[in-house]
Design a protein around this ligand. Structure first.
Ligand code: GDP
Ligand code: MG
Length: 289
């Protein structure tokens, strides 16, 4: 019975995007190999200049080398395309994710479409919080459900699902946000399992508030347009039309005339509504609906 159970377990590829993680990559992959000898380990080296790829290869795992730095999402996409496993687990190359958690993520996949390693609140770096808070609030509103951790890099999903969403997935760090929202918007089941994050021992985080915080606003606009434009444009147009209506009534009663403002408000409201309807069609086409 045990043997039989083992045979039907799906194969797993652990994809590790790494950029200049020469000091930690060897330990990270050797730990995974020790605990999960049956899993394929695939390191995607993103043009590192510190020997990251060679160190990973020295541990006997599969390595893909990007000739130039293409970004976190671009590397994951390349890894996903080349992976041999049915289930993909993504994990950082800096040793921050405890690989003992992989088993729990994979187990969770028996009942879910994606399992996310949910970081504790205090593990989410303080300077990133304002942007992340707003992004999470908008994202939750768009898909109409709670998202305890929108962009953890430690997660498991089916390779076929990732391939399906590949054209939507961006090349940068917003890969994680986008795959989460793609799943949730399609009504897929996403499970969150609490994980502990190790302190970064070597190197420094490549996600910075100034570089990526500035991008957060753009990302918020992108996810609105991609996942649920009507949820923003309909209320906005209703507010404009309502204000325009009230103002028209007021002008008619008091001055027996309408003004430029009433016309502008009403036209803006109607324009916003039609823009939203158009955006909704494009969103559906892009997401394959
Ligand atoms: N492929 C790729 N991976 C990157 C890049 N920058 C960082 N990473 C990797 O992405 C993971 C998370 O990056 P990190 O800077 O630790 O982000 P944090 O954990 O959110 O602070 C690590 O495995 C990094 O090696 C990049 O430009 N390209
Ligand atoms: Mg990290």
């Amino acid at each position: 019975m045990k043997e039989q159970e083992k045979k039907i377990l799906p194969s797993v590829t652990v994809v590790i995007p790494a950029y200049n993680e020469g000091k930690t990559i060897a330990l990270t992959v050797s730990d995974i190999r020790k605990i999960y000898p049956e899993y394929e380990i695939l390191v995607v080296d993103d043009g590192s200049t510190d020997g990251t790829a060679d160190r990973a290869e020295g541990e006997g795992v599969r390595v893909l080398r990007n000739s130039q730095n293409r970004g976190y999402g671009a590397s994951l996409k390349r890894g996903i395309l080349k992976a041999r496993g049915v289930i993909i687990v993504t994990l950082d190359g800096d040793g921050q994710h405890d690989c003992r958690g992989i088993a729990r993520l994979v187990e969770g996949m028996a009942e879910s479409d994606m399992v996310v390693g949910q970081r504790l609140k205090e593990d989410q770096v303080a300077v990133r919080k304002p942007g992340k808070w707003l992004l999470t609030a908008v994202a939750q509103y768009l898909v109409n459900q709670q998202i305890p951790d929108l962009n953890s890099g430690f997660r498991a999903f089916y390779r076929t699902d990732a391939i399906k969403y590949l054209p939507l997935l961006p090349n940068g760090f917003s890969f994680t946000t986008t795959i989460t929202l793609s799943m949730l918007k399609d009504g897929r089941d996403v499970k969150y399992l609490p994980i502990k994050i190790n302190r970064r021992e070597e190197g420094s985080s490549r996600v910075s508030f100034f570089r990526d915080g500035g991008k957060t606003l753009l990302l918020i606009l992108r996810v609105i347009m991609l996942f649920n434009p009507l949820r923003i444009f309909v209320p906005l147009s209703m507010i404009l039309i309502f204000l325009g209506g009230i103002y028209t009534l007021f002008m008619m009663v008091v001055y027996s005339n309408i003004s430029d403002t009433t016309t502008l408000l009403l036209l803006a409201g109607i324009g916003t509504l039609f823009f939203g309807l158009l955006a909704d069609q494009i969103s559906n086409i892009r997401r394959g609906g």
